[in-house]
Design a binder for this molecule. Structure first.
Ligand code: MN
Length: 139
């Protein structure tokens, strides 16, 4: 079980990400306003942050830089999710400090695999499979 903070302004994506993460035994928390994301992260103390890039007010790239610069959260893995992958986007996202990058519309399999990859071995366990094994069918 891992605590995963989701920063996303789209309600359907929040529902999808939360459902997927909960189905894999994780504890998701969503924040829709990126201006509140840093405070939420400090309180929630997540094992992983998943952030949209196209966010109003504070962009995902800015948020990633803020997390990286934060004394408490500087080491937390970050996975970026973005709808527009223009040339150079992945480089910019990784340069800002995110470890991983998934484009929308997300592939469920890729999304879950990217999440598990960023979690410590213990937190990544969901009881159904261990990292490195073939994914087992889920209902
Ligand atoms: Mn968005």
């Amino acid at each position: 079980m891992a605590k995963i903070l989701i920063v996303e302004d789209n309600a359907l994506n929040i529902k999808l990400f939360c459902d997927l993460l909960a189905a894999h035994g994780h504890e998701p928390q969503a924040v829709t306003d990126s201006r509140l994301a840093l405070d939420s992260a400090r309180t929630f103390d997540p094992d992983l942050v998943i952030t949209d890039i196209q966010l109003p007010h504070v962009s995902g790239l800015e948020l990633i830089r803020m997390l990286r610069a934060d004394a408490q959260l500087g080491e937390v893995p970050i996975m970026a999710v973005t709808a527009y992958s223009a040339q150079g986007d992945e480089e910019r996202i990784r340069a800002a400090g995110a470890q991983s990058y998934v484009s929308k519309p997300i592939s469920v399999v890729k999304f879950v695999a990217a999440v598990q990859e960023l979690l410590p071995a213990e937190a990544g366990k969901d009881g159904g499979s261990t990292p490195g094994q073939e994914p087992s069918p889920r209902t």
